[in-house]
Design a protein around this ligand. Structure first.
Ligand SMILES: C[S@@+](CC[C@H](N)C(=O)[O-])C[C@H]1O[C@@H](n2cnc3c(N)ncnc32)[C@H](O)[C@@H]1O
Length: 205
């Protein structure tokens, strides 16, 4: 795995919903019991509309859309936005379930701090670039490639504040389980913790 990962270069980064880890998770994932859907408030009989303010490779949005949520994705990097648009088009061309899932995803280009006040989202997800960690797994390589393209998201605290002013029901920050909280934001309402990732949830409605 490491060799394959090391051979992949930043130039080859692509958004792939058709094969690989995302497609595998679609087939074998844990449905609404997974930490992310739980944090976003997807329950039996309740499917909030979601804004993913930091779309990136679109994986979190795709998972939420695969569970029935309407998701608006916001990406500010020209390059990431273009990769995501291509990946969504490719997946939609497959037809069937993939086309249906992509049909629930709307991609916007811009800074979420500017766009959120114009949108009406029940639940807002924020997953800024995390502090770097050493790891060799392929999926982590992709995150390093994203970092090469977008740099660090130094304005994450500002984005959370804008989201807190605009979410009708909740804001969720995805963050490394053991990392310090982002400074300058009020304490969250509760946390959902996994081994490597935690979800800080602020109830706003
Ligand atoms: C860690 S990645 C997100 C990964 C994503 N959750 C996924 O499942 O693939 C962070 C992305 O958010 C974008 N981003 C960060 N701050 C943003 C903002 N204020 N507005 C729009 N996009 C933003 C970055 O350009 C980067 O592509």
């Amino acid at each position: 795995m490491k060799q394959a990962a090391d051979k992949q270069t930043a130039g080859e980064l692509r958004v792939d919903f058709v094969s690989g880890p995302v497609a595998h998770r679609l087939r074998f994932g844990g449905g609404r019991g997974q930490a992310l859907p739980k944090a976003m408030g997807l329950r039996n009989g309740k499917t909030p509309s979601i804004i993913d303010a930091t779309a990136g490779l679109g994986r979190d949005s795709f998972l939420l859309a695969s569970l029935g949520a309407q998701v608006t994705l916001i990406e500010r990097s020209d390059k990431m936005h273009a990769l995501l648009a291509e990946g969504m088009e490719r997946a939609a061309r497959e037809g069937g379930e993939l086309q249906e899932i992509i049909g629930r995803m709307t991609l916007l280009h811009g800074d979420a701090k500017d766009l959120l006040p114009q949108l009406d989202g029940e639940a807002i997800l924020i997953d800024p670039m995390h502090p770097p960690r050493k790891t060799t797994a392929l999926v982590k390589l992709e995150l390093r490639q994203v970092r090469e393209i977008v740099g660090a998201d130094e304005d994450a605290a500002d984005l959370v504040r804008v989201a807190l002013d605009n979410a009708r029901s909740r804001v969720v920050l995805k963050w490394p389980a053991k990392a310090d909280p982002i400074e300058g934001i009020r304490p969250c309402s509760h946390q959902i913790r996994g081994k490597t990732t935690r979800y800080d949830v602020w109830m706003t409605g």
